[in-house]
Each structure stands twice: as C-alpha cells, then as structure tokens.
Design a protein. Structure first.
Length: 134
C-alpha cells in the first residue's frame, strides 16, 4: 500500500485544464522528482498535495486514509512538506536538490515525531485528521 497517493486529480483555472486525471504514488523510503515543461502542472499538483489548492476532482490518501478538508496546516500536521521554491535554482546540481528535498522530508518527519511522541499517539493524531477508506 502506498504511503501517500493522489488519484485521478483534475484542476482547471478559468477554463484551462492544468491537471487531467493525474495519479501519483509514494511508498515509504522513496524519493521522487517532479520534472516537466513550464505549464505542465507540476506546481499545481504540489499545491494540491500540500493543501494550498483543492482539486476539482480526485482523491488524496495517506496510509490508506482519504484526506478530507485538506489545508496547508493539515498537510504540515501530517508531515507533508516540500522544499521552499528558493532552493530550486538552476545553479543547484541534482545532488544539491536531492539533499534539499531529503532535508525537508527529515524536518517534516522530525516535526511530526516531536509533536506526537509515541507511535500509538501518532496513529491516534493521524486518525483524527483523516478519514478511513470504507
């Protein structure tokens, strides 16, 4: 089961379709890079995954639970984070970008662990923020 997934995500802005049926899965221990041309929908997908935008349709799940009423604060509470845009400079090497992404992931994980100290408590906190699939 994926740790995080986005399934059949669509998003339009003033009649322009930015995302059409986009799906993405992330399993524990994986690191992904989202690469594409300008206007391909990369930022839109990230903004949806981090709660800054609501999709027109589609589903976000974390550990098999549907994320409902997803917001930036909700995403941060669940440990969903991306490196700041300022780090995405053309002058950075691929290795530097990977290190920046890993640092952001570790920070998000540390934040979740420091605010909820035990695994049962983290599970309880997670279950209050997300809705289980039927």
């Amino acid at each position: 089961m994926p740790l995080f997934s986005a399934t059949a995500i669509t998003k339009s802005f003033a009649g322009v379709q930015a995302l059409k049926g986009v799906s993405f899965e992330l399993r524990e221990g994986e690191v992904h890079a989202l690469i594409g041309e300008n206007g391909a929908g990369k930022s839109t997908l990230i903004r949806i995954m981090t709660g800054a935008l609501a999709p027109d349709s589609g589903t976000l799940t974390l550990s098999g639970h549907v994320l409902t009423h997803h917001s930036p604060a909700h995403a941060r509470a669940l440990g969903i984070a991306v490196p700041p845009s300022a780090l995405m400079l053309v002058t950075l090497t691929a290795a530097s970008l990977l290190i920046a992404t890993l640092a952001a992931l570790l920070l998000a994980r540390r934040t979740l662990r420091s605010t909820v100290t035990t695994r049962p408590a983290r599970t309880s906190a997670l279950s209050r923020l997300i809705t289980p699939l039927p």
